[in-house]
Design a protein around this ligand. Sequence first.
Ligand code: AMP
Ligand code: ZN
Length: 469
Amino acid sequence: MKIYNTLNKRKEEFFPQRVGHVSMYVCGPTVYNLIHIGNARPMIVFDAFRRFLEYKGIEVNYVSNFTDVDDKIIKKAQEEGVDPTVISERYIEECKKDMEALNIKPATVHPKATEEIDEMLALIDELVLKDHAYVAKDGTVYFRTRSFKEYGKLSHKNLDDLEAGNRELLVSGEEQKEDPLDFVLWKPKKDGEPYWDSFYCQGRPGWHIECSAMSRKYLGETIDIHAGGEDLIFPHHENEIAQSESCSGQTFARYWMHNAFLNIDNKKMSKSTGNFFTVRDILRRYEPMVLRFFMLSAHYRSPLNFSDELMESAKNSLDRIRTCVDKLTNAINMSEGTMLARNEYAIVDGLSKYKMQFEEAMGDDNNTATAISTIFELVKYINVNMIEMSTKEGFTRMKDMLLLLCDILGLIVEKKEEVLDEDIEKLIDERQKARTEKNFARADEIRKQLLDMGIVLEDTREGVTWKRA
Ligand code: AMP
Ligand code: ZN
């Protein structure tokens, strides 16, 4: 299996530290609003990767945080005249609802920054003890960036270039820093802000230390994969490396995966610039699986431009898969035979080619775009070969393969309806009987009744078939 590692800027063979186990940390959202579909991109693409690893029999310890202390949360709380926890709890719940709708598996742990302050302070203490951090007069603790010799290795930036670009910082109120490149680990409280007691001052953590501390607590000093959007490479992930590795002396994350942006009009979708759609906005117009399909139809490292045309195309593509699943369900309902017929063996054997192709794509740096193309090739193969099939077993093998591949991507393509197949069959039999008795009024009535239940009948030469509308 290969992963493109931002650290070395190339695809590398992926070996976890422990065979059969993968530890993975994905930076989660700051919760002061409903999540937008840009935030949903890392959630969906890394969920698909996790599902693939699990399908391969690997146990994935998947941690994704909620940043629930932040200037934007505090500002929103002040506007509404409530405690910041009211805001963060509200949007954590809403985010979880969106995740569930999009079939994103809950993480093994979803730590909240405010519940891990002790871990953060422990890490800060260690950094101060090791001279990688220092305390300013007002109690702010800064990380001493130049003390970490490998600073810049993830973003491939040079310390001196960074310093040249950072000079203004010294004149903009941070004179107490030893060096403009130093960044905050702990900052003193301001009036009306949430704070925690510490040896340094009453205050709150900087953003970067949160992820270093939560990652260490739940996954240990060295993790296999650290992931997030590419906007996090610098400074967030660079700073996480500096903090964690200065402390432990060990590699913090072995593989770094970063998704490209979801754009509108080729500009990054972002809350701060106001050009965004929330997941909730989109779910008013499309069902959640269409959004999931849209995200997975592009490779995670390619920019993806959101447009109505692409969403419509995602909807149509998903419908094509669903029609195929429905046809197979129908065929299964209408056929018998628990053994394959002689002519069916070769056709069923042919299915495994698509599974191999699919696994190859997913194992090649989580290439969901190629994996989806493979699903369409499989749909085509099924459509072409169904005519040759006759047994329940044969149709079932086809359907199982199609559902398996969709399931690895977390795509739900089969609607679970309350109407039971046997109830439908009973009504169809009754309609057939009415027709033989030339009671066409009753036959039409039943057809309408089934339609109301979302069942469409098709009279074919081979008999009556049905599908869910
Ligand atoms: P934030 O709440 O801004 O910290 O973002 C949470 C996650 O969403 C991070 O992994 C970001 O990199 C990611 N993210 C934010 N905006 C976009 C976007 N337009 N496209 C892709 N990922 C994004
Ligand atoms: Zn983070």
